[in-house]
Design a protein around this ligand. Structure first.
Ligand code: ZN
Length: 260
C-alpha cells in the first residue's frame, strides 16, 4: 500500500486530499483532474450528472431546488410493503450528497453459443446469438455498498465535468480503478451475464464465445444522496439518484401482516 502525502494540484497548487489507492484525482478548487501517479492531466472524457436537489436550504448558486426530504417522504408514503405510518413516524438523520466516480463502458457485444437443448426428447443441438449494446456501469471504488446494478444511470443528462457545478457541502470521491481495469471488469461481468442468458436457452453449453467491439470508457461523476432515517428506534438507509430524484435502494422496516 502506498501512502500518498504532500501532493498538490499541478494547476492551482492547492493541497490534494488523497487516500491510498486513489488513481485519478480531481481538485476541489479548480477542477483539474490528474492521474495521481504521474501528476499529468487526465485526458479521457470526464463527465458529470447534475444534482437536482438540495437539503435544508442549501442551494447551488442560490437556485431553489426541491428538497431531498420531500423525495424521501414521497417514497415512504407510497407502496403497500411499507408501514402506513412510515412517512409520519420517521425522522431523517444523515443527508449526504456524494459524487460517486464511475466508468461507463460503451460497448457492442456479440456472443455466439452452441448447446444442447435437453428439455425435449430427443435432445437437440442448438445455436444461438446474443447481440447487445451497453453503457455498462463500473463503480470506480473498490469498497462500497453502492448497488451498481440497481442504478439506472440517467446518461441523457451527461455534461462535461465542471467543478463549479459541485455543491460546497458535497463530497467528491476519486477513482480507485484505472480505465483498463474498468474495461476488463465490464467485459467479465457482461460475459457472465451472457452465459447466464445462454443457459436459459440451452441446458448444456458446448461452446460459447463473446466478442467486444468498439469499447469506449467515459469517466463520470454522478450525484448520489445517502440518507439514513430512524423509525421506531431503528436506523435504515436510503440511496437516491440526485439527478432524477428516484430512490435507488431503500431499507424498510418489517411490515406486520395478519392484523386485519
Ligand atoms: Zn487545483
Amino acid at each position: 500500500m502506498t501512502i500518498v502525502q504532500g501532493i498538490s494540484c499541478s494547476t492551482c497548487g492547492a493541497p490534494m486530499h488523497l487516500s491510498p489507492g486513489e488513481i485519478i484525482s480531481t481538485c476541489r478548487y479548480c477542477g483539474y483532474t490528474q492521474v495521481v501517479q504521474t501528476g499529468k492531466a487526465f485526458t479521457f472524457e470526464h463527465s458529470m450528472l447534475l444534482n437536482g436537489f438540495t437539503t435544508e436550504g442549501k442551494g447551488r448558486d442560490g437556485a431553489s431546488l426541491p428538497g431531498i426530504e420531500k423525495t424521501v417522504a414521497q417514497w415512504m408514503s407510497t407502496g403497500f410493503t411499507k408501514p402506513s405510518d412510515l412517512a409520519r413516524s420517521s425522522n431523517l438523520r444523515e443527508r449526504k450528497l456524494v459524487y460517486l466516480p464511475f466508468w461507463v463502458i460503451d460497448v457492442n457485444v456479440e456472443t455466439s453459443y452452441k448447446g444442447v437443448f435437453e428439455r425435449l426428447q430427443p435432445p437437440v443441438v442448438k445455436n444461438g446469438q446474443i447481440k447487445k449494446h451497453y453503457d455498462w456501469l463500473i463503480l470506480a471504488r473498490r469498497a462500497s455498498e453502492f448497488p451498481v446494478r440497481e442504478y439506472d444511470v440517467p446518461l441523457e443528462g451527461k455534461i462535461p465535468f465542471d467543478f463549479r457545478k459541485i455543491e460546497d457541502y458535497a463530497e467528491v470521491l476519486n477513482s480507485e480503478l484505472e480505465r483498463d481495469d474498468a474495461m476488463e471488469k465490464a467485459e467479465e461481468e457482461i460475459t457472465a451475464l451472457h452465459e447466464f442468458h445462454a443457459k436459459q436457452d440451452v441446458d448444456k453449453i458446448l461452446e460459447i464465445k463473446t466478442a467486444f467491439h468498439h469499447s469506449e470508457a467515459v469517466y463520470l461523476h454522478s450525484p448520489i444522496w445517502f440518507i439514513t432515517y430512524e423509525y421506531k428506534g431503528k436506523t435504515y438507509k436510503v440511496t437516491v439518484d440526485g439527478a432524477k430524484g428516484t430512490v435507488i435502494t431503500g431499507d424498510l422496516p418489517p411490515v406486520k401482516l395478519g392484523l386485519l
